[in-house]
Ligand binder design. Structure first.
Ligand SMILES: [Cu+2]
Length: 122
């Protein structure tokens, strides 16, 4: 994938997310940092997307949650140690972390009590 014309950051990141869907095990470059995985999350009117999808990640790989929300929330990553992120009612909030141990870990919306994605780390 190449971007041959100027595009906004959100557009570029969306394109990355779409390419990850097509090739879930691949690594992809994105503007914000080194090779990593971008998970785009949208919370609106009490509904959050994605909803339970599995995302494949390599051990130690940088994971970026790109969150747009119309409400305050907390996102929990149920890894060990846990990661907790305070979400504001804002667009394009960025939270980064990585997980070193193989396994499957839920990323949860604490306010809504639902699983956003499951990170499959190997
Ligand atoms: Cu939690």
């Amino acid at each position: 994938m190449s971007l041959t014309r100027p595009a906004g950051l959100a557009g570029a990141l969306l394109a990355v997310v779409l390419s990850l869907t097509a090739c879930a095990t691949g690594s992809t470059n994105f503007d914000a940092g080194p090779v990593g995985v971008v998970v785009k999350i949208t919370e609106q009117d009490g509904t959050i997307k994605p909803s339970g999808d599995t995302v494949k990640v390599e051990k130690g790989q940088e994971i970026l949650l790109l969150v747009s929300s119309d409400a305050e929330d907390e996102i929990h990553v149920h890894s060990d140690p846990e990661h907790e992120f305070d979400v504001k009612a804002e667009d394009d909030q960025e939270f980064t972390f990585s997980i070193d141990d193989p396994g499957t870990y839920e990323v949860e919306s604490h306010e809504l009590g639902v699983v956003i994605v499951k990170l499959q780390v190997s």
